[in-house]
Design a protein around this ligand. Structure first.
Ligand code: F6R
Length: 611
């Protein structure tokens, strides 16, 4: 969480930094700040969003060809002006921005306090600024060495950018655990937490690795480790298009991303599924497929929506490839002393590729000798670099904080993996395999037909805008979809919502049902259809409101439910990819009608780089 940007070159830094911060606001929007280097370093910062920062800085001197900026998701200290970044060290020598957490900050703070240091904020970042300054002033060291020495004393994670008053033509950047990308221009450099603020200026980027430090002036970049080992920068070409990160006429990124699912699913499967050849090919894990075929079990690790995709993966791998699967919250797994065998496959799923718990769980699994695979959306992020092999989802940048197209892309990759392994293991018949391949290709058209019901879905959503609670039900492959529907609603509309396997309702949640309770049910035609029809009857008998997602032409549920959204028929393994879409739209419209900021819901950030 937190977004950081930096610029050094011949242009005015301020507009570049502000635009970059707006692109990174999905990473946190509790406060924003900027530091501009002229004769001295000017800091402007305030509680609130980047737009608040712009008002705050307007009328002030915003010139400067070197600058750094920060948009914050609060960890240490509440969101207020004092805790906003950049932070200056006590004597003003260093100005820094930081994404991550300094875990031993309170010990360091105490030590610095004893040496006369005073603190203006509650942040761990100010402690780091003062630590750097303390080392700098104490010994005969350069600014760069002071930064490197300070970082050897720090426990935790950081993406860090530092300006020193004594080296006014230099920026120092460092990374451990929190991402940092450097854009290489012509006589200029751009820094950012991800490539979105950089893409319109240059396609050449360097992704910093853990323990890297970059010392940057406008015409030179020196890369080394914090231990002073010289490194050769690896300049890569950015595969990102500016159009992909703009709203393109939609009111919100979330709506744009929901609608993009016709193409994002296609992008995920393109070149990987061939109807002509009747085969699935996943280049990123091709060499590892024999390990998966022989795996004792698959352990899926993920958080949030990615965890829900993992649950669909459990059904898919068990059904199609007959491999036992456990789906774990990365945050629980990593602290539980889990039993991991060498012949386990650990499969990490993450849209951002930066989720701290998932990353730590991967490191733990690697230590146990298991093969660790990844499914990730952001190319070059930390998770794909940490795993042995993996598959990119290629859904394109997901900027809305609530995950939508990443979910369908993750489920698509999981389905392709399960099909591939199932076929290799001979547990999936040729006929079913070919049927799944053909169905995959029909999905974009089917999604389009669901999205065409947008107005109707908006109308029905309006009925539930005032509901304080909501329940989501599904069975089998659609149980994870119920969980995902509930998460979408609660995170953007702040309505309390719970997802359950439909049959579990009888074991407690049914007590909540009365005429005020909307119950959203994924009830397409599959092997549990009759059972879910009974569950709907149970809800109706208690006067609950039923909004059911049904297969086109279903007349049985239509008669019972208050509303139905009809979706095209598909095979049950791929049904989550269609049923989730009405749930995404319903959450979106309920939240918009409640006046909520759907792209930036309160307290959340897109990329959870803290535990
Ligand atoms: C919900 C949402 C989160 C993320 C979770 C994991 O809409 O976006 O629950 O799914 O924070 O993030 P990634 O997939 O980036 O690891």
């Amino acid at each position: 969480m937190c977004g950081i940007v930096g610029y050094i070159g011949n242009r005015d830094a301020y507009p570049i930094l502000v635009k970059g911060l707006k692109r990174l606001e999905y990473r946190g929007y509790d406060s924003a700040g900027i530091a501009l280097r002229n004769d001295s370093t000017q800091v402007y910062k305030c509680k609130g969003k980047v737009a608040d920062l712009e008002s705050h800085a307007s009328g002030s001197d915003i010139t400067g060809k070197i600058g750094i900026g920060h948009t914050r998701w609060a960890t240490h200290g509440e969101p207020n002006n004092e805790n906003a970044h950049p932070h200056k060290s006590m004597n003003g020598k260093f100005t820094i921005i930081h994404n991550g957490i300094i875990e031993n900050y309170s010990l360091l703070k105490k030590k610095l306090g004893k040496r006369g240091y005073k603190f203006e904020s509650d942040t761990d970042t100010e402690v780091l600024a003062n630590l750097i300054e303390y080392i700098y002033r104490k010994g005969d060291v350069t600014a760069e060495l002071a930064v490197r020495l300070a970082l050897t004393k720090v426990v935790g994670a950081y993406g860090l950018v530092v300006i020193c008053e004594d080296t006014p033509h230099q920026i120092i950047a460092a990374r451990k655990g929190s991402p940092l990308v450097i854009g290489v221009g012509n006589g200029e450099y751009f820094l950012a937490s991800d490539a979105t603020p950089i893409v319109e200026y240059t396609q050449s980027v360097i992704y910093l690795n853990d323990n890297d430090v970059a010392i940057i002036s406008e015409d030179e970049l020196v890369l080394k480790t914090i231990y002073n080992d010289k490194l050769t920068p690896h300049i890569q070409n950015l595969e990102l298009d500016i159009d992909q990160i703009e709203k393109g006429g939609y009111e919100h990124f979330m709506l744009k991303e929901i609608f993009e699912q016709t193409t994002s699913i296609h992008d995920t499967i393109r070149g990987r599924i061939s109807v002509q050849k009747g085969e699935v090919f996943l280049g990123g894990i091709q060499d590892i497929i024999p390990n998966v075929v022989d795996a004792r079990r698959i352990i899926i690790i993920a958080c949030g929506t990615s965890w829900h995709a993992g649950l669909v993966g459990e059904y898919l791998f068990e059904d199609l490839a007959r491999i036992p699967v456990e789906v774990e919250y990365a945050s629980e797994f990593r602290y539980r002393n889990p039993i991991i065998y060498k012949d386990d496959i650990v499969l990490a799923i993450s849209q951002s590729g930066e989720t701290a718990d998932t990353l730590a769980a991967i490191k733990l699994a690697k230590k146990s000798g298991a093969t660790v695979l990844g499914i990730c959306n952001v190319v070059g992020a930390s998770i794909p670099r940490e795993t042995h092999a993996g598959v990119y989802t290629h859904a394109g940048p997901e900027i809305g904080v609530a995950s939508t197209k990443a979910f369908t892309a993750q489920v698509s990759v999981l389905a392709m993996m399960a099909m591939l392994v199932g076929r290799k293991k001979d547990c999936l018949s040729e006929e079913k395999y070919i049927n799944l391949i053909n169905e995959f290709y029909k999905l974009p058209e089917k999604i389009k037909s669901i999205l065409e019901q947008d107005n109707y879905i908006k109308e029905l959503s309006a009925k539930y805008v005032e509901s304080p609670n909501a329940m989501y039900l599904g069975r089998g492959y659609l149980f994870p979809v119920a969980l995902e529907g509930a998460l979408k609603l609660k995170e953007i509309s702040y309505i309390h919502a719970e997802g359950y396997p439909a049959a579990e309702m009888k074991h407690g949640p049914i007590a909540l049902i009365d005429e005020h309770m909307p119950v959203f049910i994924a009830a397409t035609k599959d092997k549990s259809y009759e059972k879910i029809v009974s569950n709907i009857q149970e809800v109706k008998a208690r006067k609950g409101n039923v909004i059911a997602i049904v297969t086109e032409g279903d007349t049985v549920i239509k008669e019972m439910a208050d509303y139905v959204v009809e979706i095209p028929e598909t095979c049950e393994e791929l049904a989550p990819l269609l049923t989730v879409i009405p749930f995404q739209l319903i959450s979106y419209y309920i939240a918009v009608l409640r006046g909520c900021n759907v792209d930036q819901p309160r307290n959340l950030a897109k990329s959870v780089t803290v535990e």
